[in-house]
Design a binder for this molecule. Structure first.
Ligand SMILES: Cc1cc2nc3c(=O)[nH]c(=O)nc-3n(C[C@H](O)[C@H](O)[C@H](O)COP(=O)(O)O)c2cc1C
Length: 198
């Protein structure tokens, strides 16, 4: 049975002017050593790609981030001291993949290894079933764009919540995909690190 961590309700009433968040957003590569709280993880993941409209019959749910043909192919993995988890947005919970600390693999740059939280964006190509996403290029470009929306949502939440974050393409994808036990149709697009501002 997979270990599940139920997340608290996201604090959707958190206020921060959008235009200020856009102005202040920056890539941050230095953090305090303090862990990210469960409430912050909840807020961050909901902001990233949480559900904003429940599914209705055959009509799929909607998330904070758009995705090509509403494929919702980007899955968000979270790397914490206590293990690596998959975000299940439907139940707003974390599902444990492994109980090991693999945060040092979030990025290859030395300063990334000390970040309190790693995030891995994985494209599940098997979810891209629309005829418009049939070609390899369509799948690849859409997965990058869809990841970008989620990544920017995280940037904006972090700006509003006094957290530092940076997106990373300098990643050992082979090592990370092995650790996360990804299947052939699951591709690592990008990673991101998060920590409290110094
Ligand atoms: C797709 C993508 C990949 C990135 N990869 C890295 C990376 O591997 N390492 C890093 O230090 N910064 C990385 N960055 C951060 C950029 O260097 C940063 O966004 C850019 O310098 C502009 O700075 P700003 O985000 O503060 O505006 C990446 C950004 C994006 C959008």
């Amino acid at each position: 049975m997979d270990r599940i961590i139920k997340l608290p309700e996201p604090q959707k009433e958190l206020e921060f002017p959008l235009m200020k968040a856009l102005e202040k957003r920056r890539s941050i590569r230095k953090w305090k050593d303090t862990p990210i709280s469960k409430q912050e993880i909840s807020n961050l993941l909901w902001a990233a790609c949480g559900i904003t409209k429940e599914k209705y019959g055959n009509v799929k749910c909607k998330r904070t981030a758009p995705s090509a043909c509403n494929a919702q192919e980007i899955r968000v993995y979270v790397l914490l001291e206590k293990g690596a988890f998959l975000y299940n947005e439907e139940n707003h919970e974390l599902v444990e993949i492994i109980a090991d600390d693999i945060r040092e693999y979030t990025g290859t740059q030395k300063m990334m290894k000390s970040a309190p939280m790693g995030i891995v964006f994985v494209a599940d190509l098997s979810r891209m079933t629309s005829p418009f996403l049939r070609s390899k290029d369509a799948k690849r470009f859409s997965a990058w764009v869809d990841t970008g929306y989620i990544s920017q949502n995280i940037y904006l939440y972090c700006t509003a919540a006094n957290l530092g974050t940076v997106a990373l393409s300098l990643v050992d994808r082979d090592k990370l995909r092995e650790l996360l036990q990804l299947k052939e149709h699951e591709k690592i697009v990008l990673t991101q690190v998060v920590g409290h501002l110094e």
